[in-house]
Ligand binder design. Structure first.
Ligand code: SF4
Length: 873
């Protein structure tokens, strides 16, 4: 069976072979046009996420297990009570780019068409809302012009604010392959950090954080000065004169000074662009997540429009979406400032939608965007919120305030697959939703390609599809006829029909060609790119090749810009700029990937990457615990020193949360500054200060059962699932022996200890000859993880062997180090040893250790380790 990976906007196809006993083998779908068989490490590990551990299995009302009918009745009754007393504007939905398009459509229809307000927003606001504004302002439609095939056709690929190698690994591999096939192709990376994406780039521009709009405005001016403006494009553009005038404020020397780049590097980039007939710019969170994110997007699009590098093979401004179905959410209108199906809130659109839906009232103005929505919850204006498949208590800026707002909200409903999340812990009503592999529907990837997700395993417990849950509640609210579907294909047909309703070429999103698909046809649907209509019955790879745009006059618009620096600036009190982002093996708030042991080995704990000079000045050494503080909150993470980090800046991943670490939520630090046009938060630049956090002791605890809590004194902990065993990294005050006793995890065990106090304390706990607990003090314990886990599964038989484990001698020679290749579990120590003994290429490492020979996600790190060894030699 074929399906689609649920993790990122690349939208890779997967092929599933079930074994009939609940197990399955998952491989890349060689026929899917997004990936042609490739998968990254997250996609390759999908089969390991199908278990029911940690799943929400039944509805719960006020902490008590409930039947579906009771839970749905309660949701409807309580929503009705809020609407009666405070009006529909006191109700809000917060949805997610993980929902399928069919789910999204029902949520949007219920809120905007039947409750009559537009208070539905989504976590896609955090991901690509600025990209939407950029496209709409310039092209008249939220329509990505490009496709992945363009990688192979480009002369120049510019990656701006995107660590593609880690965040969109299969897209990155396609790019690497394209460059191998066409060595003259140039790749330029624009990013304050030297990331894995810089591996193999021809030019890296480590610009001052947040200065991208000036760099692209300067490029526009450079093109203007050097005959780089396409005169045949001018009749198709508005705003040319004023935009070129604004760009003229940015001569090369000023750009170099403002962006803190060497002028010769800026000139090299500009010359490459000028001399590349086919140029593609890929951009992502580094551009979008900014208080001026929309302007940054338009600075990029301006350059492509003015130079005519759009609408033809190998060219265009290409926004990469972070989530698997952020694009599907955009199509149905799941953002608070969209109405539905690429319609906004004009009276004509409101009337059109009311006639199509035959609804009592359609929202006639935009609703609250994510950040302001949760601020309205905090002020008590929103009395009921329904959160679907997302974890805003972790992922929204000013996370502590968001959690506090939810704690005080009179009615919080959460539908999700996961039982324990920071957000679910605050809910009054929990509704179990079907997860990947169980549910059926469609998703749309970054290149507008609609693909099917298909169910192939039975739902966990009483989990139900999101569309069904929403429709059941809508029916109980009195809207039976409009929410009476019995199959997701029927919802898709309605969605497709709406896209074509009174469209006549006025709206880019048009899949009316799919409105009459049978259930069977929907089920068998092959991936295809919208629009799908009478003009493009088989879909369309590239938009705007006819230079017809979606503004009423058919022209595109250049947008005059005034580049601005981030709202949050370093100061004496907060001298560092914090950048947040993704790491290679984790996804969102770890709700799926956190349960897969091999995905937890690449990076197992929250870390902060900083330049060695900054570390030295602040008394911080590699591996120290570090307290990071902003005006909004603080966290603790492990310091990693790296010259890839610009002095004065700091990078911390956004994944960790209260389920996996005691003080690991980086969004607690990010201020609620947003782009005034898109409402997208400025998650990439927060002013912070740093300092060493000095506990009395550190250690590693392995337990077969039981959980670590904050009981027994101040404690920092990180939880790392290891299958049957849980590993905790812990640090605290006092001494570890007292802390372990207070935790109660040793009761009933036969204990074996070595050492005393915080300097050296090892403890093993045995039950019936089986190892049930192990503790080793030290930030870097003397006993390798591999040796401890082996002892849990195969207990040492003799007293000498047990003592060897206790003392640390058992682990000699088996410490592989931090995992670099997650597919084959190859660690940094093994790789360094292989390099030292003659492996001087990624290919040679692959032959010796197999690393890098499956999904290829680790290839940039293998190259970096080889380069480091060369430098050291
Ligand atoms: Fe999934 Fe990886 Fe493909 Fe993204 S790149 S869709 S995470 S397999």
């Amino acid at each position: 069976m074929k399906s689609t990976c649920p993790y990122c906007g690349v939208g890779c196809g997967v092929e599933i072979a079930t074994d009939g006993q609940g197990g399955c083998r998952i491989a890349g779908d060689a026929t899917h046009p997004a990936n042609f068989g490739r998968l990254c490490v997250k996609g390759a590990a999908l089969g390991e996420t199908l278990g029911h551990a940690g799943r929400l299995l039944s509805p719960q009302v006020d902490g008590v297990r409930s039947s579906w009918s009771q839970a749905l009745d309660t949701v409807a009754q309580r929503l009705n009570a809020v609407i009666r007393e405070h009006g529909p504007q006191a109700v809000a939905f917060y949805a997610s780019g993980q929902l399928l398009t069919e789910d999204y459509y029902v949520a949007n229809k219920l809120m905007k068409g039947f409750l009559g307000v537009a208070n539905i927003d989504t976590n896609s606001r955090l991901c690509m809302a600025s990209a939407v504004v950029g496209y709409k302002r310039a092209l008249g439609a939220d329509a990505v012009p490009c496709c992945y095939e363009d990688f192979a056709q480009a002369d120049l690929v510019v990656l701006a604010g995107s660590n593609t190698a880690w965040a969109h690994p299969v897209a990155w591999q396609r790019l690497v392959q394209a460059k191998q096939a066409k060595p003259e192709m140039k790749v330029v990376v624009i990013d304050p950090r030297r990331t894995a994406t810089c591996d193999g780039a021809d030019l890296h521009l480590p610009l001052r954080p947040g200065s991208d709009a000036a760099l692209f405005s300067g490029l526009l001016h450079w093109l203007d000065l050097h005959q780089g403006v396409d005169t045949t494009m001018l009749p198709h553009l508005n705003g040319v004169e004023e935009t070129l005038l604004a760009a003229a404020e940015w001569p090369l020397a000023r750009v170099a000074e403002f962006c803190r780049l060497p002028p010769e590097d800026v000139e090299r980039f500009y010359t490459l662009f000028l001399n590349s007939p086919q140029a593609l710019t890929l951009y992502c969170m580094g551009i979008n997540q900014s208080a001026s994110g929309s302007d940054k997007c338009n600075a990029i699009i301006n350059v492509h429009l003015a130079s005519g590098r759009i609408g033809r093979a190998g060219s265009g401004p290409f926004s990469l979406t972070g989530q698997p179905n952020a694009m599907g959410g955009r199509e149905v209108g799941g953002l608070a400032n969209q109405l539905a199906a690429h319609m906004d809130f004009t009276p004509q659109n409101v009337d059109r939608l009311q006639r199509f839906w035959q609804s009592p009232q359609v929202a006639d103005r935009p609703g609250l965007k994510a950040v302001e929505l949760f601020q309205a919850v905090a002020r008590g204006e929103i009395k009921a919120i329904w959160i679907m498949g997302t974890n805003p208590a972790v992922s929204l800026p000013d996370g502590l305030a968001v959690a506090d707002a939810l704690r005080r909200c009179p009615l919080t409903i959460v539908s999700d697959v996961t039982a324990q999340t920071d957000t679910a812990a605050l809910a009054h009503i929990l509704l179990p939703a079907q997860g990947w592999g169980e549910k059926n529907g469609t998703v749309t990837n970054s290149e507008r390609r609609i693909s099917r997700q298909r169910g192939f395993v039975p739902p966990a417990g009483e989990a139900r599809p999101d569309w069904w849950i929403l429709a059941q509640v809508a029916q109980r609210l009195g809207f039976q006829a409009a929410f009476n579907w019995n199959h997701p294909a029927a919802i898709f047909r309605e969605h497709a029909a709406l896209s074509g309703f009174e469209n006549e070429g006025s709206r880019a999103f048009d899949i009316s060609g799919l409105a009459s698909l049978s259930d069977d046809g929907w089920d068998r649907m092959s991936p295809l790119q919208w629009p799908v209509n009478t003009r493009y019955p088989a879909g369309c790879a590239r938009l705007f090749s006819d230079r017809q745009f979606y503004h009423p006059d058919g022209k595109a618009r250049l947008i005059p810009l005034t580049p601005r620096l981030p709202s949050s600036r370093p100061s004496r009190a907060y001298p560092f700029t914090l950048n947040t982002g993704r790491i290679r093996d984790q996804w969102h708030t770890m709700t799926r990937t956190g349960s897969v042991p091999r995905l937890m080995q690449h990076y197992s704990e929250p870390f902060g990457e900083l330049h060695p000079l900054d570390a030295g000045r602040n008394g911080i050494a590699e591996g120290d615990l570090m307290r990071v503080q902003s005006a909004s909150g603080w966290m603790i993470c492990r310091a990693h020193l790296s010259e890839a980090q610009m002095p004065g800046s700091l990078f911390i991943p956004m994944h960790w949360n209260s389920q996996y670490a005691s003080h690991g939520k980086v969004d607690a630090l990010v201020a609620a500054e947003v782009c005034p046009l898109s409402g997208q938060p400025e998650s990439k630049q927060t002013a912070v200060r740093i300092g060493r956090w000095q506990p009395d002791w550190q250690g590693t605890l392995y337990v077969r059962e039981g959980v670590v809590t904050g009981e027994g004194g101040p404690l920092w902990w990180v939880r790392i699932p290891e299958g049957e065993v849980t590993r905790y990294l812990v640090a605290g005050k006092g001494d570890p022996a007292s802390w372990l006793a207070q935790q109660g995890v040793t009761s009933g065990l036969m204990l074996q200890t070595a050492g005393a106090g915080e300097d050296f304390y090892h403890l093993l706990g045995w039950r019936s000859g089986q190892l049930d607990l192990a503790f080793f003090s030290g930030a870097r314990p003397a006993v390798a993880r591999e040796a401890v886990l082996a002892a849990f599964s195969d207990p040492p038989a003799t007293a000498q062997q047990r003592f060897a484990l206790l003392s640390g001698r058992a682990s000699a020679g088996c410490a592989t180090g931090r995992t670099v290749c997650s597919c084959f579990g190859v660690g940094e120590n093994q790789i360094n040893e292989a390099i030292a003994t003659g492996c001087d290429s990624t290919e040679a490492l692959g032959v010796r250790l197999k690393c890098g020979t499956n999904c290829g996600s680790c290839l940039p790190e293998l190259s970096r380790l080889i380069a480091l060894a060369r430098t050291a030699a």
